[in-house]
Every structure is written in structure tokens, then in C-alpha cells.
Design a protein around this ligand. Sequence first.
Ligand code: HAM
Length: 426
Amino acid sequence: MSETLRAVRGFNDIFPPASEHWQFAEQSAAEVLGRAGYGEVRLPLIESTSLFARSIGVSTDIVEKEMYTFDDRNGDSLSLRPEGTAGCVRAGINHGLFNGSQQRLWYRGPMFRHERPQKGRYRQFHQIGAEAFGIEGPEAEAELIAVATRLWKRLGLNRLRLALNSLGSTDDRERYREALVDFLRRHEAVLDEDSKRRLEANPLRILDSKVKSTREILSGAPHITDFLSVEAQAHFSGLRKRLDALGIAYELDPFLVRGLDYYTGTVFEWTTDALGAQDAVCSGGRYDGLVEQLGGRSTPAVGWALGLERLVLLAGTHGSLPGPALPHAYFVALGEAAECEAQVISERLRDSVPALRLTLNAGAGSMKAQLRRANRLGAGLALIVGDAELEEHKVTLKYLQRDTDQETVAVDDLPAVLTTRIADLG
Ligand code: HAM
């Protein structure tokens, strides 16, 4: 036998019932976003490497060590997208969307990061992202947070905590950066190696450190919220006022900085205590400089992206997901003429009873064998056509999951009968 090939580490296959849970989460998101005026964009999985270097930032973990980057046959450096915001902005610029009008967009699909795989962290993972362009005020953040909150409710999630922070303007952040570096230099000797390295390149990321000794040092570090300009403070309090009015709970986290360089002003993240170390389910923030930085007209922007794997994991343990969509009916056909008739009737039923989930037997088999297949699939009913039914133009209905007598129904009456029977079956 040949050697079995395995999926690449960190890349997953998703089968039913998990894929049905994904569909439910995706459909719920599409509906909630669509109702709030967000339109779906379908974006390429591959972009020029420079797009990510210029947006996410060259000294971020993502660009420095996590991207799948390769030269194509023309020698151009391309990367599998590690996130969706950069591509969304690039596409918006290319399609002339940023002309002073407002745009509400969302996207979904796989993202790629060469991280160390563990529960909730994969190398190919899936995001649903939403981005609002052209809205300067905090109503944009409030809207996006409310939309996500509505989605959590749809999925029955209550183990999510929203953390909020503001990174202020570029100037605010520069002043804060200096104060933070000053403070950390005084403790440099006891900082962990990773943080020492970040002191030069990206000191704000040290605030994210999970190392206990570094966290202890950080408890005395200055807070960015004390460095905010009057405008940044007004924006942030405007957002908090709106969230309070909406009854959306949040915690202020002065150490929430996010791992991508394009953020300006508000940043936010929903985490859960139900998934272990990979606790961020949805994260985002404002990025007012990015459109211009990538060659477009200066356009304020804010957005979030949720991790579908984490969302579905959480909904599976602490939420409400629909049960598997079992077939209502399984069509048993005995003999070639009956098989042909069953196929014709099936198509007619699919036309006239749109809610019907019907599986047609394939590969012949005895009545017993076909009923065994029906039971294995969890079908509620068997529709049976044999010689007698063929002759009388009828179908026998046999209940598989309950103790009800079988009945014989004229083919013409089947749509009406099945409509009521499947309502009973659920
Ligand atoms: P991010 O925090 O890098 O932000 O990713 C957003 C979400 O994607 C995370 O909260 C997490 O749920 C999920 N995620 C990230 N990495 C992985 C992984 N390796 N495995 C599984 N799930 C993962 C962004 O990507 C920004 N583009 C969000 C944004 C949109 N900001 C503004 N607009």
C-alpha cells in the first residue's frame, strides 16, 4: 500500500456536523451584517508581500515570522493573506471606493499564519471581518460593537468579555512610547529576552507579554490613556457613552495594544475564559491612517475580525448551535424500474417541498440493506417503492424513529403529506 498523506500541520479538514456549525455561524453573521448595511466583498487569498509589510508593519510578529511568503514564477514576492483588512483597503483603493463616501464592507475566508498550532490556533484559520470606512466619529465603533454583540446573542454566547482601549493619535502614541521605554529601561536587566528585543523595535508590544516577571514590572508602567490628546479623549468617552446607552458591558484595559501597526485610536477585543490560552474571539480597532498610507485618499476607518474556529468552539460548549440536519426521508427503491421512478419522484418532491431533506438510495440493495443505510443516516422516514407501489402509482411511508404504522400514499398526494410529516419530524 502507498504511504498515506496527511494534511499539513496546522491545516484542518472540517466535516459535518462541524461544517454545519460553521454554516450556521457564517449565515448568522451574514444576516446580522447585511441588516446593518454591510455588503460582502470577496477578496484574493494572495497579495503582494509589500502590502502586508506596509500595513501590518515590518517589525510585527505576523510580518517578521508568520507569513507564508514565496516568489511566483515571475519572481514577484507574494504572500498568503495573514488577515483581511490590508486586502480590503487595497481593493477599496483600486475600485475607487474611498472618495469621501461611507462604505460598510465585510468579508470571510481563510487566513494564513505560521504560528505554533494548538487548540484554537491554526496555520490556516478563518475570519469574518467587518470594516466601516469614512466615519470619523465614535458612532462607527459603537455600531460595529453592537453588530458583533447581536451576533453573540444569535449564537447564544455569554462567556465573552469586551476590553477597550485607546491608542490615541500618532503623536500621543509617540509620547507614550518614549515614557514607556524610559520606564522599561529602568527595569531592563530583569526583562525577558523577547521583551528586551522589542524595546527597540516595538516597545508597545511588551504590554502584551505573558511572561510573569515582565507582567509584574508592567504593573507599575505608565498607561497610554494618560497620554491622550483632548480630541482622542473626547472620541473615547463618546464611544463609552454610546456603549453605556446600548447596555453593552466593557472593561477598560490600558495594556490592550494589538499586534498590528495600523491601529490609531480605539482598539477592542472580545475574549473568553472558556477556550484556554487562545482566548481572543474577535478583535479590532480604528485605523484612520491606513487608506492614505496605502496610496488612497485619507479616510477614517474602523473594523473587527472574528476567528471562526474559536467562535464555533465556544458556541459548541457555551452557546447554542443547531443539531445536525438529518434527512427527513430516505428513498428506498427495489428494482431498476422502481429506482428510476424514485429518482423522478425525488426531483418533483424537491421542487414542490423546498424544506424537504431527502436522500435517495444509490447502489441498489435489499430492502433490509437500504433501510440499514436510512437508519445509519438518522432519517425520520423511509419512502419505499417496489413492484406493487410502482403498479399502483403509490409510495409506502415507513416511520424509522417512532412506532407509527406505515401508510401508503398516492404519488400525487406525496407533497402535501410530506409537508405535514416533516413539520412533525422537525
Ligand atoms: P487579529 O487579532 O490578528 O486581527 O485577528 C482577529 C481574530 O482572528 C482573533 O481575535 C482570533 O479570533 C482570530 N485568529 C487570529 N490568529 C488566529 C490563528 N492562528 N488561529 C485561529 N484564529 C486566529 C486582525 O486580523 C485584524 N485584521 C482585525 C481588524 C479588522 N482590525 C480592523 N479591522
